[in-house]
Design a protein around this ligand. Sequence first.
Ligand code: ADP
Ligand code: MG
Length: 631
Amino acid sequence: MNKKQKKVLIRIIVSAVLLILIAILTSEKLGIPFLSDNGIVQLILYLIPYFVIGYDILKKAFKGIMNRQVFDENFLMAVATVGAICLGEYREGVAVMLFYQIGELFQSYAVGKSRRNISELMDIRPDYANIEGENGLEQVDPDEVEIGTIIIVSPGEKVPIDGVVVEGNASVNTSALTGESVPRTVSVGDEVISGCINMTGVLKIRTTKEFGESTVSKILELVENSSSKKSRSENFISRFAHYYTPAVCYGALALAVIPPIIRLIMGLPAELGEWIYRALTFLVISCPCALVISIPLSFFAGIGGASKAGVLVKGSNYLEALASVKHIVFDKTGTLTKGIFQVTGVHHSNMERDELLELAAHAESFSSHPIGKSVQAAYGKTIDQSRVTDIEEISGKGVTARVDGRKVAIGNSKLMELYFVPYKDCHDVGTILHIAVDDEYAGHIVISDVLKDNSKDAIKRLNKMGVNHTVMLTGDSKAVADHVAGELGISEVNSELLPGDKVSKVEELLDAKPSKEKLAFVGDGINDAPVLSRADVGIAMGALGSDAAIEAADIVLMDDDPLKIVKAIGISKKCMRIVYENIYFAIGVKLICLLLGALGIANMWLAIFADVGVMVIAVLNAIRALMVKNV
Ligand code: ADP
Ligand code: MG
């Protein structure tokens, strides 16, 4: 609880005690002279707890009137309570204010808690980095560590900054980032991302990024900003409140004035006091607090729960959209397949196998594409990057570079066509990398990828969840693409696409579907950033470490398990269910109470209990969205 909340709590206690004391002292049973029979004395007494508890609400209501923004909850409460006191219902007046404040305190506590929870849950913010100073290890602020510094991470410590291991090996726990509990072993040469916890050995890491650019900072920034993007439901609620509050105020006015006039016309006593009391009750009931607070809180909790499971959602609008996804478009490489290619054949025409592989690996030495990495790995020997110049990566086609001054082009048939190099077809199944050296065809390397273990299961479960249209887009050859799609049970395949074609294909799909159904694109963030941002919901998977993907995506899956997509949709559906439960519940109870109030059955006590009660239940229900274990 923060200072402000503590202060409110003290005010609540003080005024509650005063209210009870005064109620006892002025009761007719005790019959204390001057107290039980003197209205003025009673009024003065009750005004003490009233101001203790309500002065800020009165002030805000007054300010609202001055700024011509009359109709808000403060105004409702001020009018209702002042009105009650004017009618001589002192106790009700004070109690309404008191319960309203209890409700407000409860909600501000719940919101504050869940907001903090989201960052706290993840518990990944590193406090320091160890560097080797003149007198042994020194702890410094991670912000001050420059790129290329060697930092030391002991067992039990968090890796503060992204980098590469230069000494030692250890198993690191990434569960705070990915929700995945199986630790990963790293040794010399491996990349480690900040936010992991070192479980075993001492690691020396050479940093490759500044703290501000490291994975942890990116993630925290993303999570902290997620509340600024409002969902349609939230916008609906604020628009609703905008019309609703004035409407009930006029309704209350009508209730106070019209029936007495009609009664007068009919020759009956007006009973003005009775009708004003009903109108005030109506006002108290109509306060939309439960609704206004529980919706954003549900989204908060949903986003928090998701991040606990390794799914980062950049705003409630995306969580909402995700729940109505009916079409999912997948990138193939690295998304449905592992993106770890095995070289299954090297077919060389006019040079030795080793030479071909050497040229290929060097040309690919700067590539971060899974294909490039696999070729480097297949070569197996150390690569001397100083031999490579003029590197150019041609998205969706391949790479060209000069190796020892020789011009090397490696990529698919489109690349060969680009340079007018005649190429030989290959009958092996797999992705074919043609290689041309000095514009002469030099042979090809056949590589093949394997499906991820969970891809098939994920597609099946998505179908079950109502995502019945799955599409795979790939730059790879038709043979490979059809084979993969067949294995997985994907309904539509488009192959041999350039990154630009993927965008237009997604646009086509967006046009073809009804606008209520949402389309998600899932990619690994390598050369598909434009598609990620074009889809209704862009999901980047396994994106830890890839800044472009984290930036372009709406939802970031922290590891590359396709089942995380299922999980993410499950979480969003649960969250939306809770949001709607709260909306219907709050509006339903309000309507019933309003009706009872207008009929004169509900009094102010019932009204305030209904309001606080609905709020507490709605808030507790909202917090359920945090629990995502078995979604
Ligand atoms: P996907 O759509 O499956 O993710 P990409 O669009 O990334 O595939 O790549 C499409 C094709 O372009 C690959 O199948 C490959 O033939 C070629 N290609 C892309 N990058 C490289 C590279 N670094 N080296 C060789 N070929 C590449
Ligand atoms: Mg790709």
